[in-house]
Write a protein that binds this ligand. Structure first.
Ligand code: COA
Length: 169
């Protein structure tokens, strides 16, 4: 059984992330989306909220029929090293999505660190599709904070959650 772990902050999940998850689901028998934290970031949504939004988004897209590949997606949270989680789950592949050349340096450093931490882990790089190549979670949050329309970047349930969050700031 081929399994892959897709870790990220997902603050919030975007259509770009969902495209990657769907494409991974075509290639692997098991896709575990891992909501992890980076100490470099301050989060807008809590880890639990981020996980809930991923589950809701997958459900919303599956119901709309616009993608048929978002099936059997496992979404989990972690407060430990990603490789420790992978080790426990017996997963030897980490997926990372690369959008632009500027992503590479950071991604190489992370892949190298992960391999030093656990030599049995490999990183699988997947290109973001051109349609979503410039979306990022921080861009989406910024649009929402200024009252802009986020529907082109995220599913409806995320747009609603962003509006609610901004109202309560
Ligand atoms: N579509 C949309 N956005 C994409 C994308 C795509 N296909 N591919 C990347 N991105 C964006 C994200 O939206 C995010 O944007 P933002 O910075 O504006 O929020 C950015 O790329 C990178 O985010 P992400 O992939 O979530 O990585 P991260 O740096 O926030 O988080 C962790 C990395 C959480 C996976 C990493 O820190 C980790 O594993 N933490 C656990 C502790 C650990 O093991 N640390 C050691 C790591 S070597």
């Amino acid at each position: 059984m081929k399994a892959i772990l897709y870790p990220g902050s997902f603050d919030p999940i975007t259509l770009g992330h969902l495209d990657v998850i769907g494409r991974l689901a075509h290639l692997f028998d098991r896709v575990v989306v891992l909501v992890a934290d980076s100490p470099r970031k301050n989060y807008f949504f809590s880890q639990t909220e981020r996980r809930e939004l991923i589950l809701k988004s997958v459900g919303e897209i599956a119901r709309s029929g616009s993608r048929s590949d978002l099936k059997h997606i496992d979404v989990q949270c972690s407060n430990e090293l990603t490789v420790e989680f992978a080790k426990r789950e017996g997963i030897h592949l980490i997926a990372r999505s690369v959008r632009t050349v500027s992503d590479w340096e950071y991604e190489y450093a992370m892949a190298d660190a992960n391999r030093r931490l656990w030599p049995e882990i490999e990183t699988f790089f997947i290109m973001a599709s051109a349609e979503h190549g410039f979306i990022s979670s921080s861009l989406v949050r910024e649009v929402a904070l200024f009252g802009g329309e986020t529907r082109a970047f995220v599913p409806q349930c995320v747009t609603d959650a962003l509006k609610e969050k901004v109202r309560n700031i």
